[in-house]
Design a protein around this ligand. Sequence first.
Ligand code: CIR
Length: 251
Amino acid sequence: MSPTALVRHVPSTFARALARHPQPEGIQVDRARRQHREYRRALTALGVTVHELPADERYPDCPFIEDTAIVMGEQALITCSGAESRRGEEQQVHATLSSSKKITRMEAPLTLDGGDVLRVADVLYVGITERTDIQAIPLLEKTFQVKVVPVQVREALHLKSFCSAPLPAIVVVAEGFLDPPPFPKSVEVLVIPREEAPAANLVGSGESVIVHEGYPQTRRLLEERGIRCIPVDVSEFGKADGSLTCLSLFV
Ligand code: CIR
């Protein structure tokens, strides 16, 4: 069965999305919408069935759907965002998943963003950040009955801002961000150059990954490893600290 991912369209309010380092030229919503379309096409090229949710104008950050839920098998944990302005985005995701998943809800004061949850085999590595509270870990353990390893993150918004696990047993990490990497020896860790750190965030399926356009060293490293790369430009989302994984929620 092909994997399925939820994506959420770009609202016209997207120019007001949260940004740690707002760019003087601002976010171009039309360009973000075109990039989102290319991203959806790339998911389809990976063999993923894409389920599109409508934008919600009240939530400028709603395209970053990864943050709203953690899904493993039949279980879904609907998160409580660490950013107050994003609370409420999860309702539509909850409604969508409730027909097919067993739902658990996280309630404030517990907070967690999906961008902090990296799944490698049956272990969840969880970034402890401004968004994700260490107190949320017992609920993850209870919901999914898995081992959870906390990882302190200081240099970035989320754990997955500088690493990802795009294919089974392959983790891509930007040099110097996770020293030493907390993964077992059975996991292959591909280290990309620090100057390409944002390119460590990748989405994959089968033998292929979606990579960021404009990061040639990362692409070469992956291709030398025999991984097919589909480049996509998500630079408008990058202006709001977004990347590739955050634009989809694999269910
Ligand atoms: C935020 O600050 O919440 C959004 N502007 C960006 C969220 C990116 N999410 C992710 O990488 N999982």
